[in-house]
Design a protein around this ligand. Sequence first.
Ligand SMILES: *[C@@H]1O[C@H](CO)[C@@H](O)[C@H](O)[C@H]1NC(C)=O
Ligand SMILES: *[C@@H]1O[C@H](CO)[C@@H](O)[C@H](O)[C@H]1NC(C)=O
Ligand SMILES: *[C@@H]1O[C@H](CO)[C@@H](O)[C@H](O)[C@H]1NC(C)=O
Ligand SMILES: *[C@@H]1O[C@H](CO)[C@@H](O)[C@H](O)[C@H]1NC(C)=O
Ligand SMILES: *[C@@H]1O[C@H](CO)[C@@H](O)[C@H](O)[C@H]1NC(C)=O
Ligand SMILES: *[C@@H]1O[C@H](CO)[C@@H](O)[C@H](O)[C@H]1NC(C)=O
Length: 780
Amino acid sequence: MTASSKLLWVLFFSLSFHSIPTTPTPHVYIVYLGHSHGHDPLLTTKSHVQILCNVFSEESQAREALVYSYKHSFSGFAALLNSTQATTLSNMEGVISVFRSKVLQLHTTRSWDFMGLALDTGEATPLQLKYGDDVVVGIFDTGIWPESASFRNDSGLGPVPARWRGACVKGERFDPAAACNRKLVGARYYVAGFEREFGPLNATGSGEYRSARDRVGHGTHTASTAAGSVARGAGYLGGLGGGVARGGAPRARVAAYKVCWFVQLQGRCTEADIMAAFDDALRDGVGVISLSLGSSPPLTPLFATSTDVGAFHAAQMGVAVVFSAGNDGPDAALVQNVSPWATCVAAGTIDRAFPTPITLGNTVSFVGQGFIVKEMKMNLIDGGQIFDDGSCSFDSSPRRSATGKIVLCFSSLGQVSSTVAALAVLAANGSAMIFSETITKLTIQDDFLPTVHVDLHQGTQILDYIQSAGNATVLISLSRTSIGSSPAPSVAYFSSRGPSSISPNILKPDIAAPGVNILAAWPPLSSPTMLPFDRRSVNWNFESGTSMSCPHVSGIVALIKSAHPCWSPAAIRSALMTTAYMTDTTYDTILAGGTLKPVDPFDIGAGHVNPVAAMDPGLVYDIETEDYVIFLCSLGYTESQIKRMVLPSPSIDTSCSGNYSDLDLNYPAITISNLRSSITVKRTLRNVGQKNAFYFASVKNPQGVHAFVWPGVLIFTPHKEKMTYYVTVTPIKQSEDRYDFGEIMWSDGYHHVRTPLAVRVSNVRDGGSDRTRPESHQSA
Ligand SMILES: *[C@@H]1O[C@H](CO)[C@@H](O)[C@H](O)[C@H]1NC(C)=O
Ligand SMILES: *[C@@H]1O[C@H](CO)[C@@H](O)[C@H](O)[C@H]1NC(C)=O
Ligand SMILES: *[C@@H]1O[C@H](CO)[C@@H](O)[C@H](O)[C@H]1NC(C)=O
Ligand SMILES: *[C@@H]1O[C@H](CO)[C@@H](O)[C@H](O)[C@H]1NC(C)=O
Ligand SMILES: *[C@@H]1O[C@H](CO)[C@@H](O)[C@H](O)[C@H]1NC(C)=O
Ligand SMILES: *[C@@H]1O[C@H](CO)[C@@H](O)[C@H](O)[C@H]1NC(C)=O
């Protein structure tokens, strides 16, 4: 087990080094050198130029090639190199990794009440208004719209925390004196990496501001979700979802780091810029960093990507990093941002719906879902009558005009999304659309064209009516906002699923949070759909994606950090994970969108976040620098590399003398991707509740696996805050290639510390004979 996972890692690792493409054209590469030495930053930059001089004949060329010198929070640089130069540098003493600066993509409020964080609780001070004042949340995104009500209102906030060293940087349409206040305490932007990749910003024709100002909306939305102030009178066009908007930690401070630029209808974020933002943010004094961006698999090794390197140094400095899991679901193993030192967030639904009545000309009526703000009664036609191939896809040119008509489209014809279909109907001059899709994927969004979403059963009945009526008509009524729709939550079909394709023994995603139809702040100069021809202006907008669930967790982390300033990022993540829940409003297991089956940890991680319970988890699985050293040993790093990566401490043994496995990382989940025979996994719990406590273990075995926990009782005293337990996991079936799920629960009667257990028994080939094939095995 140990050996094979090690081998895998070494393999991945050497692949990354030798697969630097052999194209002669220069690209931006990032050269990572480990922690910074606390030297004078100028000296550090000088040393970076010296390293570069090894692959350039003159110092002036080396200086010209340098894009960034990272020198505050870790050491490294970004430079324009050809592949030969990159390979030469990667073989130099002192260099930990060299990787191409990739372009990452953005993962494109009722939610707080749904999670039990009510503002009007009647108690003295609701949790959300009690904590957060002393924490700065860094948002790495498309920038910020400082005039939004979420950031304008800093009334009631104390002075900016004294240790804050960040800056509010002047730029295009961004005057620090007007933009920054006690809420928005920092704003920086990073464009050098972007411009090396895509050319000068002003030549992209995107209208982007050369400043931290948000051109498109994504960054404003995520920042206001994480830490926006309380803002009354929020709501979408026509007041949908209306009410009091606020972020997870309405008293926490926001620092915007603009690393993503909107060009060709996409948010593009280069790794050279992201590294620069990490370098600054960690020095500035952020407490939490929220990143709703990533890159679809294949994933790169942990130290060959900016986000993992940045998060690693953040963890060592006590800064929690929260990522979105990606929107590539529901297929397995496409989860992104899987580093063990950060939190990876899946997206779920909440109990809010937007029922929209549809009445056909024959008086039969249905209830769909939509954001309809103007009633309409018109002729109804089927997309098959308009488009060549019968599907409402943008490429099939309209055969006839749909002027003054409402068009029925099916996602199943041509596999179109509602956005694509809306554009097609718009091109045919249709006035509105009824979009019929499988109920496993049904997600409403604003598609510019008024759209009502119905399921396939409803859509089929509407089609029958169109085909039988001579002159079909339909009345679409106004959408309502309804609270309490059930069951909720479910995991959104688009939310990326585990297991991790690069380190399957570390459970990812870690946790789920609301990410469907989230209402948050929006720049009035960007349209709600971000489409260039959409001329509407809104101050609040609905968005769906793991981009939206990630800042929910970032806000909750800020609350926990404020309430428990000494907890490490790993302890905070443990609190989130061990208190997360798996049941929905109907007391059944939460459903996984995309399949309509009960969730497992690869859909939802440890469960759906429960912020109130996470404040008081009882016990936590902490991870300290020693643990990370052992983990780095398990990945095959050498002592000299590890010494450069972890902050120096005399008490830490970096020699890697032992047999280490990534299974031993003190993670709040146990995932065994390859169980051949019995193995024992160790975990350590720290008591953060009452000093004297008795915890008892109970186990739910995965099918075909026996998990024995010892000792079965943990007794914590004021002198014994930390206790270790072991789990011996034994296969009791012959199997291959399937995961089974269970859990270990520690309880003192009040706290329930739940640890998911995911095991893939893989012993068929070992067993050898035909007798042990899966179809003939005896069930346990
Ligand atoms: C890479 O750049 C170096 C320095 O400019 C140059 O000597 C070398 O020929 C280049 N290699 C390739 C493959 O272009
Ligand atoms: C873009 O900006 C650069 C300098 O910032 C300027 O020299 C150039 O003329 C500008 N180009 C356009 C198309 O505005
Ligand atoms: C501004 O924030 C304060 C404190 O959170 C809140 O009481 C007040 O209602 C907010 N003002 C507006 C206009 O939303
Ligand atoms: C839609 O309307 C535009 C402008 O009136 C017209 O040019 C175009 O031909 C129409 N398209 C269809 C398919 O009716
Ligand atoms: C079809 O219905 C529409 C709207 O009710 C009406 O304006 C139109 O005259 C009708 N056409 C025919 C052929 O009945
Ligand atoms: C590590 O494991 C291998 C194979 O299981 C064994 O031969 C070796 O002695 C072990 N080394 C140490 C230091 O425990």
